[in-house]
Ligand binder design. Structure first.
Ligand SMILES: Cc1cc2nc3c(=O)[nH]c(=O)nc-3n(C[C@H](O)[C@H](O)[C@H](O)COP(=O)(O)OP(=O)(O)OC[C@H]3O[C@@H](n4cnc5c(N)ncnc54)[C@H](O)[C@@H]3O)c2cc1C
Length: 469
C-alpha cells in the first residue's frame, strides 16, 4: 500500500488541484489534511496587529468546512489539526506509514520557512515532499523566461505572455477519493478560538467561504448575470456587490482556480478580445500573476520598506496615535474614512478604495507604507502576500512601478468615483443630510456649514486631520 498525505494550504479546492490529483494518481490511499497554524491565526504582526482578523479567520474556517463536506461526499474526509505543520505532518506520516507529502509550493518568507523545515523533518524519516503548482493563471514552467529574468514592468510581462503562451486547462475534480482509514478527523475551530483583543470585531464579509460558493459566484458573475461584460466600466466603483467580481477571497484561499475562471471566460466570450469586460477580468488576473512572479523573483524584498531596489522612501513616520486615526476611519476625509470603515466592518475594500487610502497614508500623512500594508494583512479577507505588499510598494514608489509612486488627488477621486457621495453616505450615515458639494473637499468646508445640517464637526464627525498639499 502506497500512501500520500495531501497537505491543503491555500488551495482549498477539489477542482484544478495539482497536489490532490497527483497524489491520487500515485498513491493507493491518501490522507487529506489541513492544519490551522497558530502562528498565522493567533500571532501578531510586527506592528502589533492581529495577524489574521476575524473576517479572514471566518472565511477560511468556512472554506475548510466546505472542503471537508466535499471530501465526505467522495467517500473520504479532511483531517483537521491545530498546530505546527512541520511537527504534525511527520508524526502523521510515521504513524500511518505515508510515503509522500504532496502540497502546493509557497513562495513567501513565512510559508517557505515552514515548508523547508517540514521537508527537512520528513527527510529524517525517509518521506519525500512533492511540490505542486496551482496558484497562477500561467504555469511557471510554460513562461518564456526564467523567474530571475521575468520583466519588472507589467506591460512588458503582459506582452510576453498574453498572445504567445497558452493557459493550461484546469484539472477536473476527482470523482472518488480512497482515504486511509482510522484517523481521528479532528474538530473544526471556531472564530472565537482565534479571536484576541480586537474590540469585539465580528466577521462581516457578506460572501461565504469555500469552493461550493466560489463556483456559484463564478456562475453568477459570468453566465447567470453577464455582469462581467460591463466589468471594465464598473470596476472602479466602490458600492455594492456587482461592480467587480469579488473573486479575490476565493482566489486567496485557493477555493477558486484562476485557470477555471479563464476557461469559463472563454465559454462566455470565445473571442476574449471582442468582449471588453471579459478581457479586462483576464487582464486583472494577469496583474495577480505578475505580483506573484515579482514575489518569486525578489523574495523577502517585497516586504522591505526600501522595496525591491532598497530605496528608502521619504515618508517614514510610525507615530501610532496618528496611524490609528487612519486605521479607525477618523481622518475627517469622508472618502478615506468610508473606505476604512468598510474594511473594518467587512474585511473588504474595492481596488479603487485601497489605492485611495494607501495614497493618503503615504503621501498626505507621510507615514511608513509598511504600517498600512500590515494593517491590510490583518484585516483583508482576501489577503495575499504578493498582491498586498506588491500593490503597497507600487503606490509607495519602491516596487515595480516605473513611475516614482502613485499619489491620488482625493478631490478628483471623490468627484469621479463617488459622484453623488452614495458610497460615503452608506458607510458614514451621520453625513447623510450633508450636500455632496460640501463633502467633496474637506479643506474647503467650515464648521458653520456642517452645523446648518445638524453636524458638529469634531463631535459628530472629525474635523479634517490635515490640509491637502
Ligand atoms: C494597496 C492594495 C492592496 C491590495 N491587497 C490585495 C490583497 O491582499 N489580495 C488581493 O487579492 N488583492 C489585493 N489588491 C488588489 C485588488 O484591490 C483586489 O484584488 C480586488 O479589489 C479584489 O476585488 P475583486 O475580486 O472584486 O476584484 P476584480 O476587480 O473583480 O478583479 C478580479 C481579480 O483580479 C485580481 N486583481 C485585481 N486587481 C488586482 C491588483 N491590483 N493586483 C493584483 N491582483 C489584482 C484579483 O485576484 C481579483 O480577484 C490590493 C490592491 C491595493 C491597491
Amino acid at each position: 500500500m502506497k500512501r500520500a498525505v495531501v497537505w491543503f494550504r491555500s488551495d482549498l479546492r477539489l477542482h484544478d488541484n495539482e497536489a490532490l490529483t497527483h497524489a491520487i494518481n500515485t498513491a493507493d490511499e491518501i490522507i487529506p489534511l489541513y492544519i490551522f497554524d497558530e502562528r498565522v491565526f493567533k500571532a501578531k504582526t510586527s506592528f502589533g496587529f492581529n495577524k489574521t482578523e476575524v473576517h479572514r479567520s471566518q472565511f477560511i474556517i468556512e472554506s475548510v468546512t466546505d472542503l471537508r463536506s466535499s471530501l465526505l461526499k467522495l467517500g473520504a474526509n479532511l483531517i483537521v489539526r491545530i498546530g505546527s505543520p512541520e511537527k504534525i505532518i511527520p508524526e502523521l506520516c510515521r504513524s500511518h506509514k505515508a510515503n509522500w507529502v504532496y502540497c502546493n509550493r509557497e513562495r513567501t518568507k513565512e510559508e517557505v520557512i515552514v515548508q523547508d523545515e517540514l521537508e527537512a523533518n520528513l527527510w529524517t524519516i525517509g518521506v519525500e515532499m512533492r511540490y505542486c503548482r496551482g496558484k497562477m493563471l500561467y504555469h511557471t514552467a510554460d513562461l518564456p523566461f526564467p523567474i530571475t529574468q521575468s520583466p519588472d514592468v507589467f506591460t512588458n510581462y503582459r506582452k510576453e505572455v498574453e498572445k504567445l503562451i497558452p493557459i493550461r486547462l484546469p484539472l477536473n475534480a476527482p470523482k472518488e477519493v480512497t482515504m486511509v482509514e482510522g484517523i481521528e478527523e479532528g474538530g473544526l475551530p471556531s472564530v472565537e478560538d482565534f479571536t484576541q483583543d480586537n474590540n469585539g470585531m465580528q466577521p462581516g464579509f457578506p460572501l461565504k467561504g469555500g469552493e461550493t460558493n466560489a463556483l456559484k459566484e463564478l456562475q453568477y458573475y459570468l453566465h447567470e448575470t453577464g455582469l462581467v461584460s460591463n466589468y471594465k466600466k464598473t470596476r472602479n466603483e466602490m458600492l455594492g456587490r456587482d461592480y467587480s467580481s469579488k473573486f479575490s477571497a476565493y482566489l486567496a484561499t485557493g477555493s477558486l482556480s484562476p485557470k477555471l475562471i479563464y476557461a469559463e471566460l472563454l465559454k462566455f466570450a470565445p473571442d476574449l478580445s471582442a468582449n471588453e469586460g471579459a478581457y479586462w477580468l483576464y487582464f486583472e488576473l494577469l496583474w495577480r500573476d505578475f505580483f506573484r512572479l515579482v514575489g518569486k523573483k525578489y523574495g523577502s524584498k517585497i516586504f522591505l520598506q526600501g522595496g525591491i531596489n532598497n530605496k528608502l522612501p521619504d515618508q517614514q513616520s510610525e507615530e501610532m496615535s496618528l496611524f490609528n486615526i487612519w486605521k479607525e476611519g477618523r481622518t475627517g476625509f469622508p472618502l478615506v474614512d468610508a473606505n476604512m470603515r468598510e474594511m473594518n466592518r467587512t474585511g473588504f475594500m474595492s481596488n479603487r478604495g485601497r489605492q485611495i487610502v494607501a495614497s493618503f497614508l503615504i503621501y498626505e500623512m507621510r507615514m511608513n507604507w509598511q504600517l498600512g500594508a500590515e494593517y491590510f494583512e490583518s484585516m483583508l479577507v482576501d489577503y495575499d502576500p504578493c498582491s498586498n505588499y506588491g500593490n503597497w510598494q507600487y503606490i509607495a514608489g519602491v516596487g515595480v512601478d516605473p513611475r516614482q509612486g502613485r499619489r491620488f488627488n482625493l478631490v478628483f477621486q471623490a468627484q469621479k468615483h463617488d459622484p453623488e457621495a452614495q458610497y460615503i453616505k452608506h458607510w458614514i450615515p451621520e453625513l447623510t443630510d450633508i450636500p455632496y458639494s460640501l463633502l467633496l473637499d474637506p479643506n474647503k468646508y467650515s464648521s458653520e456649514q456642517f452645523f446648518e445640517y445638524g453636524i458638529t464637526l469634531g463631535k459628530d464627525y472629525p474635523t479634517p486631520m490635515l490640509s491637502l498639499g
